[in-house]
Write a protein of this length. Structure first.
Length: 356
């Protein structure tokens, strides 16, 4: 089949990079290689190097302290290692064995209840315990409760995906878009914005519908960008759990048309995010400062996902896709009343972007 070009995706946010990203990246690879028992010539070690998770976190959290950035990089590496274990398509993977995946998730979820790892638990379970201890030392009990809830949702969603894979029938568009928010792990990653900033968004702001919509827009935009970049990998492995392939199946599109439609959906989320940001009310000076830093973290995530994915070896397994992206460079955002601006475009057959 002919090579497909990744569509241009709308991104009016500035790129950023923590000055210590490379240092944090290498130190995290060394730690995880030790914990996992990887030697430099092992495929696992090379995958850690190619993943460049320190650079992803450096783009998402360019102003975090060095210690915090190291912790977040270690956690992100854990999440990707766990995701890879779940989604391996060979005999060692869990993606086609939901019962075994559930048992593995149960062992990890014991840690969320405060139970220490057991002797038979592997390095990923023990690593999660170590990371949770580091997060508990930085955040309140209320934040930790929210974070563990999102992590439990992620574990449960991976079992749903494994069950869906074994059934063989691709999910419908509505089911996939709802569950992809959870299998992406992005609600977990969004929670870490507060860790990076050393602050917490108060409940009064978190309950604001516009801010909640901005979180959903961010989660969706990152998930759709991930599906666009990872399409070659899914095609290679015969996995239909990808927005592009779900849209293709639903609407009878060509692969190129489905790619463009997925990009349209990504762009609609970004535009709706901007509209919501302009309409956010004030919560008072102190709360506004925390909310502003949180919103900047959401913006960094959406831009970082595009920049990191475009150069990352993790998404170069499929030869069907060009490895380049043409993200729109930084430009002034629209100004004036949110009410006066045009509504964000809708992808064919979808509800209003950013609304669950």
């Amino acid at each position: 089949m002919a090579t497909l070009q990744i569509p241009a995706m709308y991104s009016p946010f500035s790129s950023a990079l923590h000055p210590c990203s490379q240092q944090v990246q290498q130190e995290s690879v060394t730690r995880w290689a030790h914990w996992m028992g990887f030697e430099p010539m092992d495929k696992g070690y090379q995958a850690l190097q190619a993943g460049q998770f320190g650079l992803l976190m450096g783009r998402c959290h360019p102003t975090a302290s060095l210690e915090t950035l190291s912790l977040l990089t270690d956690f992100t590496t854990w999440l990707f290692l766990w995701d890879d274990l779940v989604n391996q398509v060979d005999e060692s993977g869990m993606s086609w064995r939901p019962e075994q995946l559930q048992a593995m998730n149960d062992r990890a979820q014991r840690l969320l209840l405060g139970n220490a790892p057991q002797a038979q638990d592997g390095p990923l379970v023990r690593g999660l315990w170590h990371l949770l201890e580091g997060l508990k030392a930085r955040m309140s009990g209320q934040w930790m409760h929210r974070f563990t809830f999102h992590l439990q949702e992620y574990f449960e969603a991976t079992v749903w995906q494994a069950t869906s894979l074994r059934r063989g029938a691709p999910p419908d568009v509505d089911t996939y878009t709802r569950m992809r928010r959870l299998t992406s792990g992005m609600f977990v990653m969004v929670d870490l914005i507060e860790v990076a900033g050393g602050m917490e968004v108060p409940l009064q702001a978190r309950l604001e519908p516009l801010l909640a919509a901005m979180v959903r827009c961010t989660v969706n935009a990152v998930a759709w960008a991930n599906d666009i970049f990872s399409l070659g990998k899914e095609l290679l492995h015969g996995d239909r759990h990808n927005l592009v392939l779900v849209l293709q199946n639903k609407w009878g599109l060509t692969l190129e048309e489905a790619l463009r439609e997925a990009a349209v959906r990504h762009d609609a989320e970004v535009r709706h995010f901007i509209d919501c940001q302009h309409a956010l009310p004030s919560f008072g000076a102190e709360v506004d400062e925390a909310v502003g830093r949180y919103v900047e973290g959401l913006r960094c995530w959406m831009r970082a996902k595009l920049d990191w994915s475009a150069m990352n070896g993790r998404y170069r397994q499929g030869t069907e896709l060009s490895a380049q992206v043409r993200a729109v460079p930084h430009q002034p955002e629209c100004t004036g009343s949110a009410r006066a601006r045009r509504a964000p475009p809708r992808a064919a057959g979808t509800s209003k972007a950013g609304v669950a």
